[in-house]
Design a protein around this ligand. Structure first.
Ligand code: AMP
Ligand code: GLY
Length: 422
């Protein structure tokens, strides 16, 4: 079978690495991929990002399954296009991807279908938004409606930050169309969990749970990023909590989308906040796997991911199961200098070898130039390790980081610490 994976991050490297282990797979193309995918077994990177050209490529190369990593091509309708051309693709349509591509759509949807989420209000006019802050006070959360690469959310701890965020989004138009509409929502406290499932429109197969670290610096301070590290499983998700998340969030979402006439196919990622009384609130939906959550999750998966996704794309997920290693895994992200603002590119990376079967270096923003691997994006590498315990996994990952060097590398020293303290 021939597979096409769309994207270039750590998530796509992990997908390519896992899919390449399937005995059913003969060839994998990653578009555009990175230096890490280029070195994987069976993999060839192709430099195409245009949706029409990708679909032509899939026809020419007789691609049996396309897997879409990031949200942007999904929100542009890559799944609609491929299906129009009778190509087998795993992901949500443009309409289903609105769960992620419009916060206004997803909040309205959650309220309508009784899915627990923070109270909110939508604004397009700065004056009314400022008045609302004056009434509600802080802390409060301001979100751009559209896709903003993880940067469209401001958790304002005081009124001034809230007013500034409104001006940035609605008056200065900093996020373009994505910020022309904003939502302002209640500030929630608790522990965040990433809960990701595979859907074929009818059946649902949950993946192992995980937890991400969104802030740049140790102890959850500094700016929000795409994610600086993750681990799996998330100990806060007990069997009882798992059941509660399925009943209160996942099943009503799939059923609700069906009731709206929009079958949800693809990865559905619920970003959840769990408070001290075990109440769940949905912070956001993503219509794809998380990055970096994918890396530690797939590092524990025993089952053949290709078969599961191939069946799911054909609406045949029902008889599939996912078997997991009974261990813990962790990914520590190494990011470029100045990430998340203006990451510096083209720093040479040294020490990229991992000989231990319990560690792996997933590439994200890397490229190969003149036989050297250099930084080519904000998040550069995902240093991944597994162990019988999270502590063991964590120690392995940090030992490996000691050998890897590039100028200006930033990484957190406390990935997994929260779970270890519980
Ligand atoms: P989102 O893209 O909506 O998940 O927001 C990005 C991050 O902002 C989340 O992972 C949380 O850390 C934080 N956040 C979002 N909404 C809230 C909220 N209502 N209360 C507190 N923190 C939030
Ligand atoms: N790690 C968070 C995300 O993928 O959105």
């Amino acid at each position: 079978m021939n597979v096409l994976i769309i994207g270039s991050g750590g998530r796509e490297h992990a997908l390519a690495w896992k899919i390449s282990q399937s005995p059913l797979v003969k060839k994998i193309y990653v578009a555009p991929g990175n230096a890490g995918t280029a070195l994987e077994n069976l993999v060839e990177n192709i430099d195409i990002t245009d949706i029409d050209l990708l679909s032509q490529f899939a026809i020419e190369k007789k691609i049996d399954l396309t897997i879409v990593g990031p949200e942007v091509p999904l929100s542009k309708g890559i799944v609609n296009k491929f299906r129009d051309n009778n190509l087998n693709i795993f992901g949500p349509t443009r309409e289903a991807a609105q769960l992620e591509s419009s916060k206004d759509f997803s909040k309205f949807f959650m309220k309508k279908h009784g899915i627990p989420t923070a109270e909110y209000k939508t604004f397009t006019d700065a004056k009314s938004a400022h008045n609302y802050i004056a009434k509600k006070g802080s802390p409060i959360v301001i979100k751009a409606d559209g896709l903003a690469a993880g940067k469209g959310v401001v958790v304002a701890m005081n009124d001034e930050e809230a007013h500034n965020a409104i001006d940035l989004m609605l008056s200065d138009n900093q996020f373009g169309d994505a910020g022309a509409r904003i939502i302002i929502e209640e500030f929630l406290q608790g522990e965040e969990v990433s809960f990701i499932v595979i859907c074929d429109g009818e059946s649902v197969l949950p993946l192992a749970t995980s937890q991400d670290h969104k802030r740049l610096l140790d102890n959850d301070i500094g700016p929000n990023t795409g994610g600086m590290g993750a681990y799996s499983p998330a100990p806060i998700v007990s069997d009882v909590m798992h059941e509660k998340i399925m009943t209160q969030v996942i099943n009503p979402t799939i059923d609700g989308m069906k009731a709206e006439g929009i079958k949800f196919t693809g990865f559905l990622y619920a970003g959840l906040m769990i408070d001290a009384e075990d109440n769940i609130k949905t912070l956001e939906f993503n219509c794809r796997m998380g990055d970096p959550e994918t890396q530690p999750i797939l590092f524990r998966l025993k089952s053949d991911l290709f078969k599961i996704l191939f069946d799911a794309a054909k609406g045949d997920l029902k008889n599939n199961t996912a078997e997991w290693e009974n261990n813990s895994s962790i990914t520590v992200v190494m990011a470029a200098k100045n990430y998340p603002n203006e990451p510096r590119l083209n720093d040479e990376i040294h020490g990229l070898s991992s000989k231990n079967k319990d560690t792996y270096i997933f590439h994200a923003g890397t490229k190969l130039t003149n036989n050297k691997i250099v930084t080519a994006g904000g998040r550069v590498l995902g240093i991944t390790a597994r162990g019988q315990t999270l502590n063991e996994a964590k120690n392995q990952a940090y030992r490996l980081i000691d050998n890897i060097r590039f100028d200006g590398a930033q990484f957190r020293n406390d990935i997994g610490k929260k779970a270890l303290n519980n």
